[in-house]
Each structure stands twice: as C-alpha cells, then as structure tokens.
Design a protein. Structure first.
Lengths: 318, 246
C-alpha cells in the first residue's frame, strides 16, 4: 500500500510544485496520474522514488517511511522515467537482465524473466541490437521491461506508451495488468486520457500543484448523464451556417460539429441528422456519451479560478 | 558487504558495455595524445636537453590522469544529467558510493593506454630509460581517484551543464599552462609557487616522477600526506554531494 499524506514540495526558488497532496494506492491497483504540463506529476513521482525530499508531509510504502529512508524507496519502487533511458552500448537483453540482477535477482532468474518479457512484448528481433541503433519506441519498451523485470511493491511508469506502436501498446497494457495482479501497486503518469480511461482502476488529476479530483474513470464523466453528444461531419465544401443557426450550443472544429443532446431528444435528433444526410449537407453522424477527455478538460477548466487559482474543493468519487 | 561487491561488478559491467561504443575512438585519442604530446614538445623546444625532456615526459602520466578526472569526468556526468540517464541510475536500489567506485575504476583504467604510450614513446624518442618502482601503482591510483572525485564533485554540485563545461575548460587551461607538472615549480613566480603549495598538482607530479625515475622527491612524506588529504576531502565531498536530495 502506498500512502501519501498532505505532501507539499516547495523548491528553493519558491516554486510550489506539490501542495497538500494525499493519496492511497492499494496493491494490485493501476492508478493513473493525469494533469497538464507542469502540474507537478513528475515532482510527486520523484519524491516517491526518493530523488526529491518533500518540504512537508509523509510517504509510506508498505508501512515504511520512505521520506526518512530514501534507500528503502529505491528498493520498494521500480521506475520508468519520462525521458529515454540511455542504454547506448547495451542490447535490450543485457540492459534488462542487468537491471534485474541489480534489483537482487540471481543470474538465471533474471535471464529467464528477461526472455519472457521480450517475448511477451514481441521484441525478439531487437533483443541483440545495441541501444544506439534502436528506435524510440523499442527503447521505451526496453525501459518498461527494465522497470518490470523485478517488479517492486510500487511500479512507477511515466508516459510508458509514448512512441510505442498500437499493437505493442496493447501488449504493454496486458503486461501492466499482469504485474498489478502479482500484487504491485502501479502508478501511471500519462497525458493519454483515452488510455487512462481504458487501463486504470482509479485516476487522479493534479493541476497547479494540487490534487483536484480522484476516483474511478467512470466517476469522472459528466454528472449530467442525460447529456449525449451528437457529432455531425460536414460534406466537404458545405458551410455549416444553416445547421449552426438552429444550434445555440453547437461547437465546430473543422468539418466536425458537436451538439449536446438530452436522452429524450435522441430520436428526434437522429431523424434530423438523417434529413441533413439526405440533403447531402453532412457525410455522417454519431451519438455518443461524453468522453473522459471532455470531462477531464472540463475539470481542469473548473479548477481554474477567475484569479488563476485552483479550487480547493477536493472531490473524491469511488 | 557481499551485495555491495556484487553490485560493484554489475555496475562495472554496465559501464564497460556502455563505453564499448566509444572505446575505439577513446583509445585512438589516447594514442594520438600520448604520441602527439611527446613529439609536439620537440616543436615547442627545438634543442631540448635530456633532463628537460625527462621532466616533461614523466609529467605526462599526471597530466593525462588529471585531465581525464577534472575535464572528461565532469563533462560526461553533465551529459548524463541532461539526458536524464543519471536520474534513472539513481532510482535503482544501489549504493551511490558503490556506483562511484565502479566509475572510478573505469576512469583509472581508461587513462592507462595513454599513460603507458606516452612513457614508451617519450623514453624511446628522447633516448632515456625509466626506473619504475612498485610505488607507481598506488601513486597513480591516488592521483586518479583524487582527480576524478574532484571532477565528480564539481559536476554534481553545479546544476547547469553549460557552466560545468565552461569550468572544465578553465581547468584545462590552468592545468596545461600554469601547473608545474611538466616543468619545475621554480619557474613560476613566487606567489603562484605559494598557491601550488596548497593544491595537490605539484605533489602528484613529483610522486609520479619519483616512482618512474631516480628523481628525488624533496619531501615524499609531505607530498603523500597532502595528496592523501586532498583525496579524502574530495571523496568525502563527493559522497555527500551524490547522496543529497534536493
């Protein structure tokens, strides 16, 4: 269990990167950290893995106070950084196996585990290629394997899917789930809201140093559940004026027009959209519930006070 | 203790694998430096007398080792800092002192080809023979550890890689021209001689020269004491710097 209580980090230059953050992450849980650039996610993670010292507050992993004992945090956390891990000169096989052995595995176990990870992520063809000749995606997958070869109590992954192809992203998510099922708590820092929605058990949003919301992905969606989104895609060359004229709340981006629709209006709106299609004003249409991404952007927008400060109302939805 | 020894060898392996792409180039640079340094002297001083040549050539091991420690080490660490690779290494459950030892080992061995070559080429080119004592090994270790620890401290103490790079350029200038490594201390003005009585460079060069030739070090115990003091101070400071959390 990872327990972060009232964590505040103020840098020497006065910048407050984390303020009063409290979190609990259970073993086996995949926990997503979302937030805009510069929100304080990496600072939070760096305190967890013992690279930064909190100004105040506590962090315990399995009951061990890792603020007082940073060596323990390195034992209890395995980490994939946001930046590429420099493995120039080393092949993925060598880098992953060496990391496993540094984390206390014997040679045989480390080798078996490395081979199994390489197979599961379908990296065999690059297993013996030196780091400097690998693509960004393969390097990142290698760094992921280095973090997971000997999973610690807490596995911290900072943007693990950047540069990774869609096929291997799926394999990577499958692997993350397997590691969580083995009892590790996974902390996932990401900007990819869609992936966070699909792959995490719970999420937290950090904005301007504060934790402004946490809960399950489903709990983040719009509270007004009757709201649906009608998306119209204009025929190329058509002007939207005659459609937008009737839709005060419609938003247009390029050829797409988004109109909020209540559940009761759905049948009527489908009929209307069909008419637009028959008139060849639109190419196609769809009706969907609002996505987590829209809710996320709304939460961030709500978090901004008129004076630029962040709302203090921490909401917890489980 | 066993875990530290195991980690030391694993880190050493990591560093050697990492360096294998630069080793051929590094070896070439060392060979060129070793030969170029000795042959180039002939252009600086056309009618060099044997004793000056001996003094110069036996300064080369110190100069090469100090340059690697004070210039190359901080530059490579600055590179690791800006690439984020140091952040990763330090997130691993390894003792930072063990990591430091593994690094010091690599730096020590990386200077050896240049050192050996400079001595071989120098003694052949200027026609003198060396009288090498067993002391050369501990003395070279002492010089290498001290210089690398000083370089390490600077690289970790200063945040910005650009500043580290500038400081190392300054070191190079001071070490090459204003340090009595390749020429006798007496050639410097009085005030600079006083400065070099505090810093370890003169003593390092004297101890190395004394282990390679029949050169009489004025006060070997004092020289050894001063260099060891610098090694301890630099080792303690680097130990503190690498362990601190911001």
């Amino acid at each position: 269990m990872i327990e972060i209580t009232n964590l505040t980090k103020q840098y020497k230059n006065g910048c407050v990167a984390n303020e009063g953050i409290s979190l609990k992450i259970a073993p086996g849980e995949v926990f997503g950290l979302l937030g805009p650039n510069g929100a304080g996610k990496t600072t939070l993670v760096n305190q967890l893995i013992g690279l930064l010292k909190p100004t105040s507050g506590t962090i315990t992993i399995d009951g061990v106070d890792v603020v007082a004992d940073p060596d323990a945090s390195r034992r209890l956390c395995s980490f994939q950084p946001q930046s590429q891990v420099l493995i120039d000169g080393l092949t993925p096989l060598e880098a992953i196996e060496l990391t496993g052995r540094i984390r206390g595995m014997d040679r045989k176990t480390a080798r078996l585990r490395t081979k199994s990870l390489i197979e599961r992520l379908q990296l065999e063809q690059w297993a013996k290629t030196r780091g400097e000749d690998l693509s960004g995606g393969v390097r990142r997958l290698t760094a992921f394997c280095m973090a997971c070869v000997a999973p610690a109590k807490a596995v911290v992954l900072d943007e693990p899917t950047n540069d990774v192809d869609p096929q291997r992203r799926r394999l990577l998510w499958r692997e993350i789930k397997t590691i969580a099922d083995g009892g590790s708590a996974i902390i996932l820092v990401t900007h990819n809201v869609l992936e966070a929605e699909r792959s995490t058990d719970r999420l937290a949003i950090i904005h301007k140093a504060r934790l402004i919301r946490q809960g399950t992905p489903a709990s983040f969606r719009s509270k007004e559940e009757e709201n649906m989104i009608l998306e119209l895609i204009l025929e190329p060359g058509k002007t939207p004026a005659d459609i937008l004229a009737q839709e005060a709340n419609a938003v247009q981006t390029g050829r797409r027009i988004f109109c909020p629709v209540t559940i009761g209006e759905v049948a009527e709106r489908v009929h209307w959209a069909n008419e637009l299609m028959n008139k060849q004003l639109i190419e196609e249409y769809s009706i969907n519930p609002p996505s987590l991404e829209e809710s996320y952007l709304q939460i961030i927008a709500d978090g901004e006070g008129s004076d630029g400060t962040v709302s203090n109302n921490l909401q917890e939805d489980r | 203790m066993r875990i530290y020894i195991k980690q030391y060898f694993l880190l050493l392996k990591w560093q050697l694998l990492k360096l294998r792409i630069v080793v051929p180039l590094f070896a070439l640079v060392q060979i060129m430096m070793g030969i170029g340094f000795i042959v180039g002297l002939g252009f600086f001083v056309p009618d060099i007398d044997p004793s000056t040549a001996l003094f110069f050539v036996t300064g080369a091991p110190t100069l090469i080792t100090v340059t690697v420690g004070l210039v190359l080490v901080p530059q490579l660490i600055a590179e690791d800092k800006s690439s984020g690779s140091l952040t990763y290494i330090w997130s691993l459950p390894i003792s930072r002192i063990t990591y430091l030892f593994a690094d010091l080992t690599v730096w020590f061995f990386s200077t050896l080809p240049g050192v050996v070559l400079a001595l071989v080429v120098g003694s052949w080119h200027y026609g003198f023979s060396l009288s090498i004592s067993w002391m050369i090994l501990p003395v070279m270790l002492l010089v290498s550890i001290t210089a690398s620890c000083l370089g390490y401290t600077v690289a970790h103490f200063i945040e910005k890689p650009q500043i580290i790079s500038l400081i190392t350029q300054l070191y190079l200038f001071v070490v090459l021209l204003f340090s009595p490594i390749n020429y006798p201390l007496e050639r410097l003005p009085n005030w600079l001689q006083r400065v070099h009585e505090i810093f370890p460079l003169t003593y390092m060069a004297d101890l190395v020269r004394g282990s390679l030739t029949t050169y009489e070090v004025a006060s070997p115990a004092k020289a050894l004491l001063i260099v060891i003091t610098w090694m301890l101070v630099s080792f303690v400071s680097v130990s503190v710097v690498v362990k601190r959390r911001k």
